[in-house]
Design a protein around this ligand. Structure first.
Ligand code: FDA
Length: 584
């Protein structure tokens, strides 16, 4: 007999584990989450929070979304990505980032009801964790996962209570390994990986200093410092990252991965800070120094039987593009509703297979993207002449050459501008953040071909109701003037039917089929004198179906089926699709 029983045991209270616990608790699933430490993230780590993640928080509740914005540095403080020789030194170039270029800003606003923001992990984790616990998840800190064994009925996990030193067992129907980049759960479950760990060494120096006078006129989350002769870090150069504007900061600095991680004392850390800021007597308080490695590895299998892994456990990559915590929370959004449906007997076990089919390609994509973004600093170094010599004096001369009044200098200036502009693939890759389209048995296309991307899919989000894509966002209005996003009509653990005038049959079908399957299928009609008005015509333009057609949306906002026109027997059609998706 196990000491404790629960439906889902989650290892890890990072963004992945806490989000899964919060979602499952919200869906009414009995869940328990453990963390080997006594509290949550103790350094800011992840911070860039993209719109898709904010949509997950919004789905958890407007209170959760609002609290995130309350603690975050807003998007307007994120966007002047600066390249300089020191914060107090010369600026070499700048690019508008994170949706702050006016054209990109428009794309962001048209894509989602949410806004990108900078929310350090020290705020994100407590928000998700609190949401989980307040909604019924059991949580145990200072509790370490040791091992697990599974059989046809469930998983028995051995845990160590680090306060008493005693082990105990937890019996659950499913085990979720959200235990980070060194995941023991993934290892014990025998998941397969491709790629390499420990590609480069990085160190974080967390410090406090009022840097307002160097940054407030060019607000950004990232300041890239190119100092000839200085160590080249895991992400290419010295990075001064805003944690709290403009007094708390994190420097990311490299070390040689072929050597042991350096022991950095306070004096050394202060020297790095003062060098990168460029003020020899800067008043600075060092809060912590830690080291970490840049990884380039993704799982090719995400689960084994009743054990599922997510987050850094299945995608291990550098912070470039800010994809880690975001993708981890999005993994949770994909898996949690599936677990809930299976546990409640509303879906067959087969539904869980779609987690692998849908998220494994994303894991590969983001690991590849993040590592490629590091390489894409190369052309900046090259254009500045930093690769032509290892002599700091010569390197500085090469950089200075760009200021000359010569054809060669003009060419160099053009090359620098081009190389910086190309970093849009790291600092403004809206498509990477939003264009996730799923292909699996939990999506029914009925043979409709995938729409091709009209523009670069890494840079631009293309909304479509093609089954597998995230439901397009459009604002719609109630009779009394309430404004909601189409995404607000979907989600919250339910399937949703969206139709228009003439789609009454789909609304009825949702009731009938929902009753038969023992689930709630929400139904909304959008159009004149319908429940929701589409005054702007945005939904009509985006829906890709006629007024009598239908768009069926999963609990994670992804479209799972659509039909352009009305059907002779809407209930039969909806039954066919829903039973296929739920594997019933
Ligand atoms: P995470 O590592 O956060 O959590 C793992 C959890 O498992 C922890 O609670 C841990 O204690 C627990 N655990 C581990 N082993 C255990 C065991 N045996 N027993 C019990 N508990 C155990 N991402 C992003 O989206 N945007 C960004 O801007 C950045 N920026 C960034 C900067 C820097 C400097 C770093 C180092 C990283 C980022 N990231 C990022 C990446 C981000 O921090 C990372 O991807 C997420 O924290 C991953 O979340 P997980 O929940 O998967 O793992």
């Amino acid at each position: 007999m196990a000491d404790i029983t629960t439906d889902v045991l989650i290892i890890g209270t990072g963004p992945a584990g806490s989000a899964t616990a919060a979602l499952l608790a919200g869906y009414g699933v009995e869940t328990m989450v453990i963390n080997r430490y006594r509290w949550l993230a103790n350094t800011p780590r992840a911070h860039i929070t993209n719109q898709r993640t904010m949509e997950v928080l919004r789905d958890l509740g407007r209170d959760v979304e609002d609290e995130a914005y309350m603690f975050a540095a807003g998007q307007e403080l994120m966007g002047e990505n600066v390249f300089c020789t020191a914060l107090a030194g010369e600026e070499v170039g700048r690019m508008k980032s994170w949706g702050m270029h006016p054209t990109s800003r428009a794309e962001h606003q048209l894509s989602s009801p949410t806004q990108m923001n900078d929310l350090p992990q020290t705020f994100m984790e407590p928000l998700l964790f609190k949401t989980a616990c307040s909604r019924g998840a059991q949580a145990r800190l200072s509790t370490e996962y040791v091992s697990h064994e599974q059989d046809s009925g469930g998983v028995t996990t051995t845990c160590l209570d680090r306060l008493t030193g005693k082990t105990f067992t937890v019996r659950s129907k499913y085990l979720v390994g959200a235990d980070g980049g060194n995941s023991k759960v993934a290892e014990h479950a025998g998941l397969t990986f491709e790629g390499r760990m420990g590609v480069a060494g990085s160190m974080n120096i967390l410090f406090e200093a009022d840097l307002s006078r160097y940054v407030a006129h060019r607000p950004s989350v990232l300041y890239w410092v190119l100092q000839p002769g200085a160590d080249v870090g895991g992400i290419g150069m010295g990075l001064v990252r805003m944690v709290r504007p403009w007094h708390e900061w994190l420097i990311v600095w490299g070390y040689d991965i072929n050597q042991p991680a350096p022991a950095v004392d306070e004096a050394h850390a202060k020297k790095v800070v003062r060098d990168l800021v460029g003020v020899a007597d800067l008043d600075v308080t060092i809060k912590s120094v830690s080291t970490w490695t840049v990884n380039n590895m993704y799982a090719t299998t995400l689960s084994n039987g009743r054990v599922f892994c997510m987050g850094d456990a299945i995608h291990r990559h550098p912070p470039s593009n800010g994809l880690g915590s975001n993708t981890s929370i999005q993994d949770a959004f994909n898996l949690a509703w599936k677990l809930a449906y299976v546990l409640k007997g509303q879906a067959g076990d087969g539904l869980l297979d779609s987690y692998q089919a849908e998220r494994a390609p994303i894991a590969k994509q983001i690991v590849t993207r993040a590592n490629k973004s590091i390489e894409e600093f190369g052309p900046i170094f090259k254009a500045l002449g930093l690769l032509d010599s290892v002599d700091p004096v010569k390197m500085q001369q090469n950089m200075d050459a760009r200021c000359n009044n010569t054809p060669a200098a003009e060419e160099q200036r053009a090359a620098i501008r081009k190389a910086i502009a190309a970093k849009v693939y790291e600092f403004d890759a809206h498509g990477v953040e939003m264009n996730q389209r799923y292909r699996s048995d939990a999506v029914v296309t009925d043979g409709q071909p995938e729409p091709v991307f009209a523009r670069d899919p890494e840079l631009h989000f293309q909304q479509t109701t093609w089954p597998g894509a995230r439901l397009p966002h459009a604002w719609v209005f109630s009779e009394d003037g309430k404004k909601v996003s189409t995404l607000d009509l979907a989600g919250h653990g339910r399937f949703t039917v969206l139709t228009g005038p003439g789609g009454q049959g789909w609304i009825e079908a949702a009731k009938v089929v929902g009753r038969e399957l023992g689930i709630e299928i929400a139904a909304h009609a959008i159009g004149p004198r319908q429940q929701w008005q589409d005054f702007t015509g945005d939904w009509a333009n985006l829906s890709d179906v006629r007024d009598g057609g239908v768009v069926l949306v999963r609990p994670d906002h992804h479209v799972c089926w659509r039909r352009t026109d009305n059907a002779e027997n809407p209930a039969a059609e909806l039954r066919r699709v829903m039973t296929a998706i739920l594997g019933k």
